[in-house]
Design a protein around this ligand. Structure first.
Ligand code: FPP
Length: 246
């Protein structure tokens, strides 16, 4: 079956897929390579997965590229990941723009070098009207930090206790305006949430695979979408239309 026909057999396409791209370091170690070689291979794979997302009809793709906790890694690795972000913008932006990809960022830019902060902002501005795929890059992102920031912003805005609802909180998060993720994929066999979209992922379906991120190719992605199609999403109800809590 050709790739296109295969994509046509998917029964249910998640609108928003989020990915914890884990296992770059172990992928590299297995080959006797430095960790950064794993991150570079992971970046190559990201290109494939962006293309496949467009092909499968996924509308939002959020990737966990650098967490608020990743500042604890060796300086060389941190600088390598900052360089990768810069390289991706320098080398891939035009193509992403031509493909109709809208680039967004969640997290804090303030710890990044000023020139990189500007590049990210310019890339977001350039692509803001694209609507084929929203590529949401979580860089210097942490879910708890995001919620703390939202609470601070609500207090600064004078929101009263009675006005606080889940919908209002969502509007104060970095992801304001984006739908919640339907499917969250974590590669490399780790079974943890790791501070990723902890508010937005409340009812996401999770898919875990032992495959390291650089090897999580289009076919593996396809398998994840097939598995998603089999899931019965009940949102705490027992069947569609029932409102009982589980
Ligand atoms: C986790 O694997 C991966 C990361 C912390 C970085 C992910 C980054 C990329 C795939 C590059 C793309 C980045 C951008 C900015 C577009 P790990 O290093 O924790 O792997 P390990 O658990 O095997 O050590």
């Amino acid at each position: 079956m050709s790739g296109k026909e295969q994509a046509g057999t998917l029964t249910k396409i998640p609108t928003h897929v989020a990915i914890i791209m884990d296992g770059n370091g172990r992928w590299a170690a297995k080959r006797g390579l430095p960790r950064l070689a794993g991150h570079r291979a992971g970046t190559e794979n990201l290109r494939r997965i962006i293309r496949a997302s467009v092909e499968f009809g996924v509308k939002y793709l959020t990737i966990y590229a650098f967490s608020t906790e990743n500042w604890g890694r060796p300086q060389e690795e941190i600088e390598g990941l900052l360089n990768i972000l810069e390289d991706v913008i320098d080398r891939e932006l035009n193509e992403l723009h031509q493909q109709g990809v809208q680039l967004r960022h969640i997290g804090h830019l303030d710890r990044l070098p000023l020139s990189l902060q500007e590049k990210v902002k310019d890339a977001v501005a350039l692509t803001r009207n694209n609507d084929r795929l929203v590529l949401n890059v979580a860089f210097n992102y942490g879910g708890r930090d995001e919620i703390v920031c939202a609470i601070k912003e609500m207090i600064r805005a004078g929101v009263s206790a009675d006005e606080v609802t889940p919908e209002l909180v969502s509007r104060y998060l970095f992801t304001a305006g984006l739908p919640d993720p339907d499917l969250i994929i974590r590669t490399s066999g780790e079974l943890r949430v790791s501070n990723f979209l902890i508010w937005q992922g409340a009812y996401a379906e999770w898919y875990f695979t032992p495959i390291f991120w650089p090897d999580f190719d289009r076919d593996e992605y396809y398998k994840a979408l097939v598995e998603y199609g089999r899931r019965d999403r009940r949102y705490g109800r027992i069947s569609t239309g029932d409102s009982a809590c589980e």
